[in-house]
Design a protein around this ligand. Structure first.
Ligand code: SAM
Ligand code: SF4
Length: 511
């Protein structure tokens, strides 16, 4: 059990809303009251660079810089790429470079995970969200620990997931104590696998929750949190205030924008940024994301572990997802993903099942590294529904676009010579935050992780795959092992020892 004696407790929603924010933990990271989201600089980049035709020579210089240094670009450079991305020929050059960078940093791997919603009670009033306070169309529920175990039976026993993103509303009933208990429950619950009967469990729990104070983040660190994700929704202070009422905790823009500074101070050093695309001009959001990443790098020498690209989706009791003036189409979405990969080259790029299958398939070679599948976001949906792709608007935050199962996704990825990785070794070996920034930028981490990808892929094929998927997966593994032998001839026998042990049924072997 986590020691939570150092954190503040709130008995009521009103007390929580009034007292949760710790002003000193905001001020510290906005010295002199100056915000790192520099509106004037962003406006200048949009008006003077992103809105004017780009010089192809300059575009190629920026692509080359991104590829060779793997360092975060300057906002002015990102603005040049924005302008260039409307030219089909230049965009294709950018896309190909984005794909090369993805391969340099992450090889041909895609990491998979599943979302697990723990609760939909919320003290906030975000205008685009089905969980917002006062939305009577939503059936409210907080998972109890035995209900959570039923969800894990499906996720770890029937589907075969090893990584979760655990998602929470913001409410005193789902305080840090509750979040810590759910993380510990996820790690502790072992389930027989559908095909082999061998025990499987969740090995990495990432969290998407509201911003927390430093003391609370330290508690989550103590129970082994993976990445802490908080989506900024919009970086535009004006639009942020329109979407998030001033009476709510989330109405405090500065509390949210400084949350990763607090994470890194607390030692939670894998942080996941994101914008809810469709609330504001996408160019503003992407330039602000670059400024955010650069500020984290300036303070801590650590940038975002991941960037997510949620788009507004239909939700119960709100018209914002259909009526916002800033909704983006699929072509713009592809441009955003490519520009993001080139602008923050070392980061993981997550594209969720909010997207439809065509859109997700399209951006696979745009620099993406992670996706979710077999996803159900209804509260207790995995265990209540026979078919995990079933959706119920009154039990979920918004509607999903891609209902493909993990088995189908693994098969599809393998058909594109892409290995599905279930590896969770990195953070368990302390390869997080600053420790892996250099390894990522030089491509060392990508090659190293290929070995762990092969071992965990073997586990999943033997424990969960359908016969059809196993056959195509087996052929891919043959190719991957040949690649490892060529790349690391001396180390290859050691790799093969672990591989053969995995084939015999040993589990969770990694380098
Ligand atoms: N409640 C916490 C918070 O808002 O910080 C945790 C995150 S919330 C459960 C998960 C994320 O879902 C939000 O940050 C938001 O970006 C996204 N979201 C909310 N409504 C959405 C919608 N209609 N379509 C797509 N994504 C949405
Ligand atoms: Fe609550 Fe998060 Fe939904 Fe806002 S986005 S209403 S904070 S669950």
């Amino acid at each position: 059990m986590a020691d939570t004696s150092s954190i503040r407790k709130f008995a009521t929603a009103a007390d929580y809303t009034k007292n949760f924010i710790v002003q000193g933990e905001i001020d510290k990271y906005l010295p002199g009251g100056k915000h790192f989201i520099d509106d004037a600089l962003i406006a200048k980049c949009i008006d003077e660079v992103a809105s004017r035709p780009a010089d192809p020579v300059r575009v190629r210089e920026i692509i080359a810089k991104s590829e060779s240094t793997c360092a975060t670009l300057l906002p002015e450079e990102t603005a040049v790429l924005m302008s260039a991305s409307s030219d089909p020929a230049l965009f294709e050059e950018m896309r190909a470079a984005a794909d090369r960078i993805k391969h340099k940093v992450y090889d041909n791997r895609i990491v998979v995970f599943a979302p697990l919603y723990m609760s939909n009670l919320c003290v906030n009033g975000c205008r685009y969200c089905g969980f917002r306070e006062g939305n009577d169309l939503q059936q409210r529920r907080v998972l109890k620990m035995d209900e959570l175990k039923e969800e894990l039976d499906v996720l770890a026993g029937r589907i075969g997931h090893k990584r979760l993103i655990a998602v929470y509303g913001e409410h005193p009933t789902t305080s840090t104590e509750y979040i810590a208990e759910t993380i510990e429950t996820c790690y502790g619950h072992k389930v027989p696998a559908k095909r082999s009967g061998r025990l499987n469990s969740i090995r990495r729990v990432n969290v998407n929750a509201a911003p927390l104070p430093i003391a609370d983040l330290k508690v989550l660190r103590s129970v082994g949190i993976g990445t802490f994700q908080v989506f900024q929704e919009t970086y535009s202070r004006r639009l942020y205030e329109q979407m998030h009422p001033a009476w709510s905790v989330k109405g405090n823009y500065d509390w949210r924008t400084t949350c990763f500074h607090r994470c890194l101070e607390a030692g939670v050093d894998d942080v996941g940024l994101g914008v809810l695309y469709g609330l504001c001009d996408w160019r503003y959001e992407l330039l602000a994301t670059v400024l955010h990443a650069r500020d984290l790098e300036r303070w801590f020498n650590i940038g975002p572990h991941t960037l997510s690209f949620p788009r507004l989706e239909p939700a119960s009791g709100t018209k914002v997802p259909e009526e916002s003036p800033w909704l983006i189409d699929d072509v713009t979405f592809s441009r955003i993903v490519v520009i993001a990969r080139l602008s923050v080259p070392y980061t993981g790029i997550i594209i969720t099942a909010r997207e439809n299958p065509e859109s997700r398939n399209r951006v696979l070679d745009h620099g993406m590294t992670q996706l979710d599948c077999s996803s159900n976001i209804a509260i207790k949906g995995y265990s209540d529904f026979e078919d995990e792709s079933r959706q119920e608007k009154t039990r979920q935050q918004f509607m999903l676009g891609d209902g493909r199962s993990l088995d189908e996704m693994v098969r599809y990825l393998a058909s594109r010579d892409t290995i599905t990785s279930f590896c969770t070794a990195g953070y368990r070996c302390g390869r997080t935050g600053g420790c892996i920034m250099d390894a990522l930028k030089t491509g060392r981490e990508g090659k190293f992780c290929k070995i762990n990808a092969v071992l965990t892929f073997r586990e999943w094929l033997d424990d969960f795959a359908s016969d059809e998927t196993r056959a195509i997966g087996d052929s891919l593994i043959v190719k991957e092992l040949a690649g490892i032998r060529e790349w690391l001839p001396k180390f290859y026998p050691t790799v093969m020892k672990q591989y053969e042990a995995t084939c015999r049924g040993e589990r969770d072997l990694f380098f």
